[in-house]
Design a protein around this ligand. Structure first.
Ligand code: GTP
Ligand code: MG
Length: 198
């Protein structure tokens, strides 16, 4: 898929104020600093469409980007940032939970995990919650440039096995990406294309 236009539309914390257009939508979620905003820039080939930072907690709102005038990419704040206050965590949980439960246009969520890390409880629990609520998701392994191909294969294999040993009867679709090298870009965009056409 060719990205002809990619425009920021609106940021907010209220799902009811998200764009009121019945267009297909794809959201990026995962731990703080995992590379959600960087991935959106990589996919759209726009250097600073979504704001990124080396420090966790950069994205704080639900950010809608309109792509090719007919679908949305959504950048979300990260979860699991240890320095967030309890009150902020609750607020965050509430509006992100609302977003996922109420947003009918959402066709697939991409849950990002750092390919270097072992499966983390917070991510596995989030996947479980998505499953329980019938919200379709795929996994995106990020920062693949940090590991050698053999290690990537082992990490991904172990991750998927952990899901199959847990509550999942089959593995969700997954992608291996690097926002610095552009790896996985075609695969993710083709996947979105297939769903859009579906
Ligand atoms: P929050 O908005 O804080 O939740 O973070 P985020 O998930 O949006 O992460 P962001 O895209 O801001 O990236 C966090 C850090 O990881 C930045 O320093 C990025 O440069 C770096 N990063 C993101 N993707 C990659 C990648 O594919 N490879 C490498 N090497 N670094 C990456
Ligand atoms: Mg971000």
């Amino acid at each position: 898929m060719k990205i002809k236009t990619a425009n920021f539309v609106i940021s907010n914390t209220d799902v009811d104020k998200c764009p009121n257009e019945p267009l297909p939508e794809y959201a990026f979620i995962g731990r703080s600093n995992v590379g959600k905003s960087s991935l959106i820039n990589m996919l759209t080939e726009r250097k600073s469409l979504a704001k990124t930072s080396g420090r966790p907690g950069k994205t704080q709102l639900i950010n809608h980007f309109k792509i090719n005038a007919n679908w949305f990419l959504v950048d979300l704040p990260g979860y699991g940032y240890a320095r967030t206050s309890k009150k902020d965590k609750r607020t965050f949980q509430k509006y992100i939970t609302n977003y996922f439960l109420k947003r009918e246009q959402l066709l697939c969520a991409f849950i990002l995990v750092d390919i270097r890390h072992e499966p983390q409880k917070i991510d596995l629990e989030f996947m479980e919650w998505m499953g329980e609520n019938g919200i379709p998701f795929s996994i995106i392994f990020t920062k693949a440039d940090k590991l050698k191909p053999k290690v990537i294969e082992r990490q991904v294999g172990e991750y998927i096995q952990k899901l199959l040993d847990g509550m999942w009867e089959e593995a969700p679709p997954y992608f291996i990406t690097s926002s610095t090298h552009g790896a996985g870009r075609d695969e993710v965009l083709n996947y979105i294309d297939t769903i859009n056409l579906g």
